[in-house]
Design a protein around this ligand. Structure first.
Ligand SMILES: [Zn+2]
Length: 397
């Protein structure tokens, strides 16, 4: 939940994980109304000028009403739906969505909301600063696009329509051109605009482009690595090094992968679990960071205990837990030999009673990549975080 149901206020840690710092400040300044039923990443300006989190359905309806009258051209809803599929980090994807829904706070939009400000462009003096002007038509933006590998063609791209420009970037760049960096280019043009506006810093267009391209390359190469790791883990049921009843194909309960992540220089240890029901229902997951425990093994045990509590909470009674930590398996099978962990082992024994079927099996590290990712990513977060079931996938994998 973006809104903490107990305090009925924004979950600031989660906002920070998903949105850019500037957006976090904007969002967290918004009053929270009645508790919402479902999570949604959507937020936008309403006619009254107040922010609110709306259901996806209502937002879609509103956008349709707003755009049908004034816009004929590329399919707006198709464009909007595609923003969530663009290959880039969630915060940039969210920014693309904001562009399409008119939520970027350029002066034109601020004025529409009744905020008294100069509508002109601070960079070139154009009479009106629209989103499209800032990102595609203002001189610095034009220079960045001209320097990029994306071909600019008079009358085709960039144009004076934000929809046509995004439509072009989404679908119409010939495959011989490398267009993967476009979300970052948009993002860093926007950043450069803000730096000029708020700090009077002039960024060299070539520098802006290089930064965007470098970030795009780094992100894409990280995705390739993660994808390769995930591919390896998908094959785990056939791997000879995995063992235990839990991996039998006729198992009817839940498989819960657990992992802890620990580094002696870090403030937190990370714990994570990833649960796959055998009946084909969607997987669930959890990640949390705790003050750093005594050792990596403590973190592993904490991950298991927390996963067990989450499974109990979800009323999953038949669970096969899977770990890549062989000591953890040894501990629970011969607890008397591990007195240093007696407190944990007692808790383990009493929680174990809640399950009708319980097992803990050793799997290979590469079969445990999802739980490992959860634990590792959350370990390095600067603030305390606990997520269950609602983690943005892009943030993790
Ligand atoms: Zn301008």
């Amino acid at each position: 939940m973006l809104i903490d149901s107990r305090s009925n206020f924004w979950d600031i840690d989660l906002l920070k994980a998903v949105f850019d710092q500037e957006d976090v400040e904007l969002i967290s300044a918004l009053p929270v109304g009645a508790p919402t039923k479902e999570d949604t990443l959507d937020w936008h300006f309403t006619k009254s000028g107040k922010y609110s989190v709306k259901s996806g359905y209502h937002t879609a309806r509103l956008d349709k009403l707003e755009t049908n009258s004034s816009f004929i051209g590329p399919d707006f809803n198709k464009l909007k739906a595609h923003t969530w599929k663009v290959q880039c980090p969630p915060r940039i994807r969210h920014f693309l969505w904001q562009i399409l829904t008119g939520c970027v706070p350029v002066t034109e939009n601020l004025r529409k909301r009744g905020i008294d400000c100069d509508t002109g462009c601070a960079r070139c003096g154009a009479l009106e600063e629209t989103v499209n002007h800032t990102l595609f038509q203002c001189h610095p933006a034009r220079q960045v696009w001209a320097l990029s590998q994306i071909p600019t063609v008079m009358g085709t791209f960039p144009t004076d329509s934000i929809f046509a420009n995004l439509d072009h970037l989404f679908w119409r760049i010939p495959s011989e051109f490398d267009s993967i960096a476009f979300p970052w280019i948009i993002w860093y043009i926007w950043k450069a605009r803000n730096e000029k506006l708020f700090e009077n810093v002039d960024n060299d267009p070539l520098e802006v482009l290089r930064l965007a391209e470098r970030e795009a390359q780094l992100w894409h190469s990280a995705q390739v690595e993660l994808h390769t790791e995930t591919q390896a883990s998908v094959e785990f049921p056939n791997r000879p090094q995995t063992r235990g009843v839990s991996l039998d194909s006729d198992f009817t309960g839940y498989r819960c992968f657990v992992d802890g992540s620990w580094k002696d220089s870090d403030k937190f240890s990370g714990i994570g679990w990833f649960c796959t029901p055998s009946n084909g229902e969607p997987s669930t997951m959890g990640a949390a960071n705790l003050r750093r425990s005594l050792s990596p093994l403590h973190a592993e045990f904490e991950a298991l205990l927390w996963a067990m509590k989450c499974m109990i909470g979800a009323d999953n009674q038949e669970v096969a837990f899977l770990t890549d930590c062989s000591d953890l398996v040894k501990m629970v099978s011969s607890p008397t030999e591990w007195p240093a962990f007696s407190v944990y082992l007692e808790e383990f024994q009493s929680d174990k009673e809640e399950f009708s079927t319980f097992s803990l099996s050793l799997i290979s590290r590469c079969a445990n990549v999802k739980a490992d990712n959860l634990a590792r990513k959350v370990r390095t977060e600067p603030l305390h975080i606990t997520y269950v079931n609602n983690i943005p996938q892009e943030w993790l994998f």
